[in-house]
Write a protein that binds this ligand. Structure first.
Ligand code: ADP
Length: 498
């Protein structure tokens, strides 16, 4: 094994980041924003970075610079062998993105599901992808010294690496780090899927890959990764409790000394109000006039009357239980009688989409709902609204509240996870206040927070102070990337876990 001393003395690191989603290639949520920005930030800091992801549908057309490599994956998957192609893109110096091409798995309309149904072979698809990651980690000529995996889709990688180090002669195997972006998604599959790993059944026990007789991919990663991180300090504490631990709190507590909460950064090259191709006007904290123009344009785009005196509330969200739609809908039913309007962009569960569309029918002059995924409209909602609603049941980090702060759109959030870490309420600091927090998970508590926002809206000087406070907060990636490199160096210096 490479001596930790030599690794410690070198200033640059060789890191392979593996994720099912990487912005700007494929995205369903914050995972993509985070991995894409992390890779770029590490490369810009001088580290050698590889990123590996599946070659999903449409990428070859959208990224014409993709080159096919002379590389052969021919890997066991249960009792079969499956091959794949390797495609490469080098978007900037020191950053190489590797795409695993296997059309039967990845050339599909969705990443994980279609028409609200998970693909029935998700275990097979992502176990195979994880094996390709390990294969690259082992044979890439630049020899990554650490593999950083994200969420359940790649969480079997640390176990596969550990097994190959112990039993298959990979003496110089890299260290591993697993980031949990959302503990609610664990990659649970029937036990037979474990056969696809080709690992011995020794690991299929409740301290590792098994839970209640099933395969649990995330659990295997939590048990075997050299380092664990999650995406905000508060969520790192919350997941140690039964309330937020999703059945894994005991295991996380066991691994607590290797767990760290690192707040995600914001890619301000993309999420800014001054050089943004998605916005019809620009503005800054020194001069907010352009924001009113964006609001007017947004109202028009969404088909709402252009009366600027009414506050506009907005949200962009996956339509999933986590995001608090069960309290948002009744709170809006209560509040829409008052002088406010609401716009929403979201995709996900049909029951929420239907309920939102009913709300729109009930209040056609006040509510506009767009079901779908639209990156440009997401920027315009962030910028054109006065207030941004994020009433999450739980929120590992949350990016939209950070985007709102930068866009001068006051966030109204439930005080959980990363929302609590990033938003400052007047009760915490009057001079630094930039948002409104509520605690109880109830429609009444959210409606109360919306009422507070409407009072704030009637005090333009105070509102402006909130906006300026938010716009000046800096969540840039430099800090986040530095914290990750600290974790990597710790992993490289620590004795091997066995
Ligand atoms: P999560 O990852 O839990 O969905 P985050 O707040 O961390 O939530 O990140 C969500 C990201 O996905 C943001 O960049 C947000 O703008 C984007 N997003 C979510 N839904 C949509 C949508 N329907 N259209 C465009 N962007 C969306």
């Amino acid at each position: 094994m490479r001596g930790p001393a030599s690794t410690l003395s070198s200033t640059t690191l060789r890191v392979l980041i593996a994720s099912s989603e990487v912005h700007p290639y494929s995205k369903t949520g914050g995972l993509a924003d985070m991995t894409g920005a992390l890779g770029r930030a590490l490369a810009r800091a001088g580290h050698q970075v590889g990123m590996v992801k599946p070659l999903f549908r449409g990428l070859r057309e959208r990224v014409p610079q993709l080159r096919r490599q002379d590389w052969r994956f021919d890997l066991p998957l249960g009792n079969r062998r499956v091959d794949a192609e390797l495609w490469v893109h080098e978007p900037e110096p020191r950053l190489t993105v590797y795409f695993i091409g296997h059309d039967p798995y990845f050339d599909r309309a969705g990443l994980y599901n279609e028409n609200g149904r998970d693909y029935p072979d998700n275990a097979e698809r992502f176990i195979f992808f994880s094996k390709c990651v390990v294969h690259l980690g082992r044979y890439l000529p630049w020899r990554p010294e650490l593999i950083h995996v994200h969420d359940w889709q790649t969480a079997l990688v640390p176990l596969l690496v550990r097994h190959q180090r112990r039993h298959e002669g990979w003496t110089e195997a890299p260290r591993t780090c697993l980031t949990v972006h959302n503990l609610a998604y664990q990659g649970y599959f029937p036990a037979w899927a474990y056969e696809l790993t080709n690992l011995p059944w020794d690991y299929f026990h409740p301290d590792c890959a098994e839970a209640y007789g099933q395969l649990n991919c995330l659990k295997a990663g939590i048990a075997t990764s050299d380092r664990l991180t999650t995406v905000s300090p508060r969520y790192a504490r919350e997941i140690l409790t039964e309330e937020f631990g999703e059945g894994l709190a005991w295991l996380l507590r066991r691994r607590q000394s290797h767990l760290r909460g690192i707040l995600n950064g914001v890619d301000y090259d993309e999420w800014n109000t001054e050089h943004n191709p998605h916005l019809p006007a620009s503005y800054s904290w020194q001069d907010l006039r352009g924001k009113a123009l964006v609001k007017q344009a947004l109202l028009q785009e969404m088909g709402l009357p252009g009366s600027p005196e009414m506050p506009l509330f907005g949200t962009i969200t996956r339509l999933a239980e986590q995001k608090g739609l069960d309290i948002l809908l009744p709170a809006l039913h209560e509040m829409l009688a008052a002088s406010m309007r609401f716009v929403l962009l979201g995709s996900g569960e049909a029951r929420y989409a239907d309920a939102l569309q009913r709300l729109q029918k009930l209040y056609p002059q006040k509510v506009a709902v767009r079901i779908g995924f639209d990156a440009g409209l997401a920027h315009r909602i962030e910028a054109g609204c006065d207030f941004y609603l994020m009433p999450s049941r739980f929120e590992p980090c949350g990016l939209n509240q950070m985007y709102s702060l930068r866009y001068g759109t006051v966030p109204i959030v439930r005080a959980v996870g990363g929302l609590d870490d990033t938003v400052v309420d007047a009760r915490e600091s009057l001079s630094r206040a930039n948002g409104i927090k509520f605690h109880e998970y109830s429609a009444a508590a959210l409606a109360h927070a919306i009422r507070k926002a409407m009072v704030l809206y009637r005090h333009p000087d105070l509102l402006r102070q909130y906006q300026i406070n938010g716009m000046k907060v800096d969540f840039s990636w430099d800090r986040t990337a530095t914290e990750y490199t600290q974790v990597y160096r710790e992993a490289l210096a620590a004795p091997l876990l066995d």
